[in-house]
Design a protein around this ligand. Structure first.
Ligand SMILES: CC(C)(COP(=O)(O)OP(=O)(O)OC[C@H]1O[C@@H](n2cnc3c(N)ncnc32)[C@H](O)[C@@H]1OP(=O)(O)O)[C@@H](O)C(=O)NCCC(=O)NCCS
Length: 177
């Protein structure tokens, strides 16, 4: 899908629609994701020793949800979960980047940026990216990835939803002719 030069080699980065039988792989990656989030969110492990992600099965049941795996040079490296419908405004045509994750060993090599751009190319239209105010590392990442994609700096707005504060980026992904 995409080829990107890494420090020493060249990376083959794939964004793969996840099949129902790949749900356990996504569930494992979501544990790593939740562990990262537990640094700044009050997440606790269940009695089974897992954070869990209750909505995951819905990604194969509901047509407005899309699950993806990220593979780099043949190895699992992250995930993307998309939802159609704005969490903030209720606008049903907006694409929402519900979850986005690159595992630690692959970070700061441009992989997250490449994957986000591929997602926006595949799903043209109005997009919303929400970043929790407490997720300090993700904010500069999205600022950079969105500006590189749209060609302009997109300012975020601070919004509140169910008692949580977010930075919200809204922009258009145009279909490439
Ligand atoms: C946020 C995340 C997806 C970034 O992935 P990545 O592959 O490391 O991102 P990139 O290498 O494409 O980063 C591109 C640029 O974004 C900025 N950036 C990325 N991570 C950053 C960080 N931790 N701190 C500050 N800036 C950062 C930098 O400008 C970076 O360019 P540089 O490395 O040349 O300085 C990854 O750190 C992650 O999965 N974090 C945990 C989950 C998460 O927070 N997801 C987002 C939910 S809203």
């Amino acid at each position: 899908m995409m080829t990107r030069a890494l420090e020493k080699d060249s990376a083959d980065i794939e964004l793969i629609p996840a099949l129902p039988e790949q749900e356990p792989i996504l569930a494992n990656l979501l544990e790593l994701y939740a562990h990262d989030f537990s640094e700044f969110l009050d997440l606790v492990l269940g009695s089974d020793g897992r954070f869990g992600y209750g909505d995951l099965p819905l990604y194969w049941r509901e047509p407005n949800r899309r699950p993806f795996l990220v593979r780099v040079n043949g190895n699992w490296a992250g995930l993307v979960l998309l939802k159609r419908g704005s969490v903030m405004s209720g606008n049903e045509t907006v694409w929402d980047m519900a979850e986005f994750f690159v595992i630690r060993g692959y970070r700061r090599r441009g992989i997250g940026t490449e994957v986000a751009h591929e997602v926006w190319r595949r799903f043209p239209g109005r997009w919303e990216v929400r970043v929790m105010q407490s997720n300090h590392a993700a904010y500069p990442f999205w600022e950079h990835a969105i500006a590189a994609f749209t060609g302009e700096a997109i300012p975020s707005v601070r919004v509140e939803n169910a008692g949580n504060y977010w930075h919200l980026f809204s922009f258009e992904s145009r279909r490439i002719p």
